[in-house]
Write a protein that binds this ligand. Structure first.
Ligand code: BEZ
Ligand code: FE
Length: 288
């Protein structure tokens, strides 16, 4: 077909993808083409604007390496990661809610013993003890579940962003005991700005948005026969809970960090008093 109108062009392109053998891929591509063409028509996109967008996406891809994931950061900043989480990773009734994984996840972080700290440096800061149980939706404890955690250090950076930190600082894998209990030792997380020295920083600057995430600890909780849970534990006192730059806060994931001054409790957990304490359970949904 030649001399097509704006809408005929879309129909022709969609038709050209009709022979895609995989039905799901065909659906995803044809729907994407329609949405993108609608956008171009509605915005009356100019060739200069489209070229700027292509250059922006090119810079975003070029910024990626094994430690920097600017594409995930872009997806997070456009709210796409949070939306994909909402449409595809919803927690069944009663299970702990999920949220985005973010660009700072590193697989295969070290195994940590019961109550061992993930902070790999000396500090005068009070410890934070995170403890609770991993249970199923009926409340039954899940022994030998895996709990993988990661968080920023008090300078607001993850180990992979900051060469002054030890490798695997503030990351690790714990396991629950026979009663489904876990004991994690760390420090209280702080709010932190996402990296702004790349294309996503340009986007934030151009749109007058702040780069802050509310303080949180990331967790991935796994157990055979259960859906893997990718979640955060947010700090109820944080100033950025209502304006998270990546739109990932869910009310049910906000937790209170309590101060504990008991020398006896501190000795029990192998920390100094006073220390912070966060009690929380992770509730896993059964595998579909
Ligand atoms: C994070 O929490 O690590 C994160 C998530 C999305 C974008 C940037 C950071
Ligand atoms: Fe984070």
């Amino acid at each position: 077909m030649r001399n097509m109108t704006e809408t005929q062009l879309t129909d022709v392109v969609v038709e050209r993808y009709a022979s895609t053998p995989d039905a799901r891929l065909r659906y995803l591509l044809q729907t994407l083409i329609v949405a993108l063409h609608d956008y171009v028509r509605e915005a009356r996109l100019t060739e200069t604007e489209w070229m700027e967008a292509i250059q922006f996406l090119t810079r975003t891809g070029q910024m990626c390496d094994d430690k920097r994931q600017e594409m995930i950061l872009l997806s997070d900043n456009l709210g796409i990661s949070a939306l994909v989480n909402l449409v595809s990773a919803g927690a069944p009734e009663g299970a702990t809610e999920t949220t985005v994984v973010g660009p700072f996840y590193v697989p295969n972080s070290p195994q940590r013993e019961w109550g061992e700290t993930i902070l790999l440096r000396e500090t005068d800061e009070p410890s934070l003890i995170v403890r609770g149980r991993v249970v199923d939706c009926q409340g039954a404890p899940i022994p030998d579940a895996g709990i993988e955690v990661w968080q920023t250090d008090s300078n607001g950076m993850y180990d992979i962003q900051d060469p002054t930190q030890a490798v695997d600082n503030l990351r690790g894998h714990y396991r629950t005991n026979a009663k489904g209990e876990f004991l994690i030792r760390t420090i209280r997380p702080t709010s932190y700005p996402i990296p702004t020295d790349g294309p996503v920083g340009e986007l934030l600057e151009a749109t007058a948005r702040h780069p802050w995430r509310p303080a949180h600890i990331h967790a991935i909780v796994t157990a055979p026969g259960h859906r893997p849970l990718v979640t955060h534990l947010f700090d109820a006192e944080d100033a950025y809970l209502d304006s998270d730059v990546v739109f990932a806060v869910k009310e049910s994931l906000i937790r209170n960090y309590a101060q504990n001054s008991s020398e006896e409790d501190a000795a029990r957990f192998g920390v100094s008093a006073p220390f912070w304490e966060l009690e929380t359970d992770f509730i896993l949904a059964a595998q579909d």
